[in-house]
Design a protein around this ligand. Structure first.
Ligand code: CTP
Length: 409
């Protein structure tokens, strides 16, 4: 049997990037050979094994043929006769279809190295179409390597467009899609992921609510970039630049969905877009089964981001309602993430990226003031049940009034 390092590990070594996990391909072996060497099978009828010590993945060289729709619709053919070249040709991109032996000798039949130098994400063969998830993978790689100057080859973008139009993307499971989206959002230039999906028509299939934002104008006085789609991309770009977590990036992507619902005759104003967008945010959240913290923050940011921007003008009672909506007393971190998303929203405007955002500290101060109200003295005064709740609220309102006065003096 011959063993080769393949895929991302080879690619990233050649790019001089850190290699995190290594995939191996095994040529000339049977399942029985692998079991005899102590490898553990990953699944009953999948020719992938885990190394007994390193836990790394070793896959028997295989060819794949599509036998139906979606991810389940595959037949595998793994046998000792399958060559390395046959295994590599079924892979997604040329830069992912290189193999390396233990002497670092490169097998590169589909010119991955040439495409690495040309900074091109190019599919290996028509077999690309066998897994529609690859549309999202390519967009994710584009986001990751954008800073290195990588772009998607025009013929690959065409193929991605055909796949998007064919209805194949609908057959992907929510889990597989979310895994790609969440990884892509955490890349250095997540906005490129959305741009590439849009360029090949996949955004319109996966998130028509986000796609609809392109071409929708906003008032130039607040939004010099005017276009709501362009603004959304900039907000995402700022979120990555400021190293925000996934929850914040997801909320940034979805915060303005309501603007896509505004009737054209009302443009460029978007009255009550915060509230109108909630049902769209909910739909996108559920479509991909986003984790609960992502779902929650996206809905809260959607509903309250304008409150964030107007923080300094809010009445103490409105401030209190805002803090209550976030349950800031038990969930301080979530409120911090809300503040961050509002700040990214403000910075995601053309020419205003470096402008300070005093609302952030003001909101933090308000949360501290409301949290500083002690419950014990109220208990000692004999308040109980709903009356205790009311008393706490009154004290918090008092604290917020005092806070607002000091902050504005
Ligand atoms: N692969 C593929 N099509 C897929 C998934 C994977 O062709 N839908 C192949 C590619 O050759 C890829 C390899 O399997 O390089 C390993 O896949 P994976 O670990 O998912 O990706 P990496 O390329 O290692 O990239 P990452 O750095 O994102 O993990």
């Amino acid at each position: 049997m011959r063993i080769y390092k393949v895929g991302g590990a080879v690619r990233d070594r050649l790019l001089g990037r850190p290699v995190t996990d290594i995939d191996w391909v095994v040529v000339g072996a049977t399942t029985e050979d692998m079991l005899a060497k102590g490898f553990r099978p990953v699944g009953a009828d999948f020719p992938v094994f885990l190394h007994p010590k390193s836990g790394e993945e070793y896959a028997l060289a295989r060819t794949e043929r599509k036998s139906g729709r979606g991810y389940g619709g595959f037949t595998f053919h793994a046998s000792p006769e399958v060559t390395l070249e046959e295994d590599l040709i079924r892979r997604d991109l040329t830069i992912n279809a290189m193999a390396e032996d233990d002497q670092q000798n490169l097998t590169d039949p589909y010119h991955g190295q040439r495409d690495l130098e040309a900074r091109l994400l190019r599919h290996v063969s028509p077999a690309f179409a066998e897994d529609p998830l690859r549309v999202l993978r390519v967009a994710r790689f584009a986001a990751r390597y954008a800073a290195l100057g990588f772009t998607v080859a025009p013929e690959t973008l065409d193929l991605m467009r055909q796949l998007s139009e064919s209805g194949e993307l609908q057959a992907l499971t929510a889990e597989r899609i979310w895994k790609e989206i969440s990884r892509a959002l955490m890349e250095d230039q997540p906005q490129v992921f959305i741009e590439v999906l849009r360029a090949c028509g996949a955004l319109n299939v996966l998130m028509p609510e986000v796609d609809a934002l392109f071409g929708v104008p906003q008032p130039q006085a607040h939004h010099p970039e005017i276009d709501t789609g362009a603004h959304t991309l900039s907000v995402l770009e700022q979120a990555a630049r400021h190293k925000q977590p996934l929850t914040v990036r997801w909320a940034c992507l979805l915060h303005d969905l309501g603007k896509g619902l505004t009737p054209e005759e009302e443009w460029p104003r978007h009255i009550a877009h915060e509230f109108k967008g909630l049902k769209l945010i909910k739909a996108v959240n559920e479509r991909f089964k986003a984790p609960r913290d992502c779902q929650e923050l996206a809905l809260l940011v959607g509903e309250y981001h304008t409150h964030g921007h107007r923080a300094l003008e809010l009445k103490p009672s409105t401030l209190l309602e805002l803090l209550q909506s976030f349950d800031v007393y038990r969930r301080p971190q979530r409120f911090e993430e809300f503040i961050a998303a509002c700040e990214m929203d403000a910075r995601g405007r053309k020419g205003l990226e470096e402008r300070s955002y005093p609302q952030a500290d003001y909101l933090r101060g308000a949360a501290t003031a409301a949290r500083s109200v002690a419950v014990q003295p109220l208990l000692e005064k004999g308040f109980k049940g709903p009356e205790l709740g009311e008393a706490i609220k009154r004290e918090r309102l008092k604290a917020l009034k005092a806070y607002k006065e000091t902050a504005s003096s």
